[in-house]
Design a protein around this ligand. Structure first.
Ligand SMILES: [Mg+2]
Length: 325
């Protein structure tokens, strides 16, 4: 059995990512806002979302969460085909928005993981400077809940990420964030972001260490191209580390950091979704305001309770029904 805090943090990873997504949905493509500008789960935005409705980020993450919750090996064809089938279910439902790169790849794939991966690779070959969107990083939180070896998080993150985004820099970002979510669930800290660098190829460690240094020291608005996976990760990390943890109410850090992520402008839903995955994994679902969890909802007709259910290991699964090690 998992202890209560760990269960809360598992739920938090999914639920806070969804809340960040729904919070940012009403502000997508906005300019940076003042530090005290109110940020609420108002919906609207360029795609006309309902208040509390999540966007493509969480819809695609739900497919991953379902595969993780049902057990199985993330490197298996079965696991990945299940994710891909659900993505096509979602795309067929005529959602308000599908990310550009994902739309292009889904349109060329044959509804299997293998076909989608080939289409994503082809997109990368033909658009080498335009295939590192943030669309794989935005759906990493659920994989952080899988039962894997430490290095396994990197391998699984690359496999699931490369279904739509074949640029290696996207896979590196996905590996770092997936590992960090796992680490936060297990240890209740943000230390996994730096610890993750140990698992990168040796010649990429200093590069990513420098990117994290920038995120910790530069204003969040310095990462203005946050539709790009690197700036999206840096903006999310900046929102987390540059928001002070309140002495009198530490878990409120989750809400404050998500509001800061949205105020950075640009791809607000995705940056807040990425930040939310890690913030929730650190502080737990219990740190989320009820005003958010009571409203959050989206494809395929899920609400907060459904995401909490998906965050729990299936007791019948030998793969997931054991403590994380
Ligand atoms: Mg979105």
């Amino acid at each position: 059995m998992e202890d209560t805090d760990t269960a809360d943090r598992r739920s938090g990873a999914l639920l806070a990512a969804a809340c960040g997504d729904a919070l940012g949905a009403g502000y997508e493509f906005s300019k940076p806002m003042a530090d005290d500008a109110p940020v609420d789960m108002v919906g609207g935005g360029p795609f006309g979302f309902a208040p509390g409705e999540w966007t493509d980020d969480t819809a695609m993450a739900v497919a991953v969460a379902e595969a993780v919750a049902s057990g199985g090996d993330p490197s298996s064809d079965d696991f990945q085909d299940r994710i891909v089938e659900r993505w096509y279910d979602w795309a067929d439902s005529n959602p308000p928005d599908i990310g550009n790169q994902t739309r292009a790849v889904l349109g060329r794939g044959d509804r299997t993981a293998e076909g989608l991966r080939d289409a994503a690779y082809s997109h990368f070959v033909h658009h080498p400077d335009g295939s590192a969107g943030n669309g794989a990083l935005m759906r990493t939180a659920p994989l952080g809940l899988a039962r894997l070896t430490e290095r396994g998080f990197f391998e699984a993150a690359a496999l699931v990420g490369e279904l739509t985004h074949a640029d290696p820099v996207s896979s590196e970002a996905c590996g770092i964030w997936t590992y960090a979510v796992h680490h936060a669930v297990v240890h209740g800290t943000f230390d996994g972001v730096r610890a993750a660098l140990d698992y990168l190829p040796e010649d990429r460690v200093d590069h990513w260490a420098g990117l994290l240094d920038e995120a910790e020291t530069q204003p969040i608005t310095a990462f203005e191209h946050n539709g790009w996976v690197v700036h999206a990760l840096q903006a999310a990390w900046a929102a987390i580390v540059q928001t002070p943890v309140p002495d009198d109410d530490p878990p409120a850090h989750l809400r404050l950091a998500l509001e800061r992520a949205v105020r950075a402008g640009g791809d607000t839903d995705t940056v807040a979704c990425i930040a939310g995955g890690l913030l929730g994994a650190r502080w737990g679902a219990s740190a989320l305001p009820t005003a958010w969890t009571s409203k959050v909802h989206g494809w395929p007709g899920y609400n907060a309770a459904d995401l909490v259910r998906l965050s729990r290991p299936d007791p019948l699964s030998r793969v997931l029904g054991e403590p994380l090690s």
